[in-house]
Write a protein that binds this ligand. Sequence first.
Ligand SMILES: Cc1ncc(COP(=O)(O)O)c(C=O)c1O
Length: 365
Amino acid sequence: MSDKTVPPNRKSPLDLLRPTVRDMPGYTPGEQLADLVKLNTNEGAFGPSPQVMAALAAIGDESLRLYPDPSSGKLRAAAAARYGVAPEQVLAGNGSDDCLTILYRAFLDGGQRVACPWPTYGLYETLAVLQGAQLVRLPFQQIGRRFELPPDLTKKRAKMIILANPNNPSSTLIPVDELRRVCDQAAKSVVVVDEAYVDFALGAGVDASLLPYLDQHPNLVVLRTFSKSYSLAGARLGLLFASAPVVEALMKVKDSYNVNAITQALGVAALGDRAYHEDCVRRTLDERTHLEAAIGELGLTWPEAAANFLLVEIGERAEEIYRTLKQEGLLVRWWRAPELRTKIRISVGKPEDNARLIAALKKLF
Ligand SMILES: Cc1ncc(COP(=O)(O)O)c(C=O)c1O
């Protein structure tokens, strides 16, 4: 990294960066190109609830003039009522990414270990690097169309074990009783289960969440987001669930006003419209079924999906397919990393977007 704004005889502020920050590549978010059909970052396919839009329209100027409630009280109360926990067991974040940052900052000192099955959500690694912690990546065991937990996940003396369930980018699901076993076996670690996509598994009738077991595992932390099934990625809202003492400790780490007033109000409204939420999930699952049927007809394969996306095996042509689709206005996700470079991840979109994608894929295969 060089700084051409600084004369040759002067020191650049870049030289003062912490070496970890200077040398790290940084997290690469999915492309956000509004004029393309976006099937690359797993947002909800349908719009937010009409009740959320009404809450947005009702935001008064005082909500903007004043600081927001630092602890997101009304939102925590609404989330607690919705999910059957105490408000003291809930912490709200500026997206679940913020909840992840809070967890890493709270639990991991330099050199300490955080273990996760791999491949998974890339931010888990970026945050470890920033914290000077050591990420222990353990490959999922792929058995047919299933991804199973690495057998040594709890044996790495990691202070924190983190996993997404359903997992991103594979869309695969680990059964709840296996994750409860992880909590028991790793009694000296914090176990973070990131349930960003769990509503799609629950919507399919699978008992996929660890939230009902929160009180039975003091080392368990569960994360949820409003970016996917609630279609509020732009508002940035995530929830963290843990024991009350853990939440109290994490409150010390978060930014004072980490969730803005508008987002707090939208979150309450979103939680209040359960029927709309369930309908969006059901429509998404119907669309996923159509997409799977069409992709299957092309002879392509993908792991058993529990979320609103598919990780499709393409082979050596994956990058070319990703680029061709992009030229046609369809954005899917492709990674250069060796473990993912033969695959593309396709988010389930609106019916018309999925139809366009299927038509484009039919021309390519
Ligand atoms: C597994 C997982 N966790 C967390 C996030 C981040 O969600 P948020 O928008 O709430 O920060 C994502 C986003 O793609 C994700 O895939």
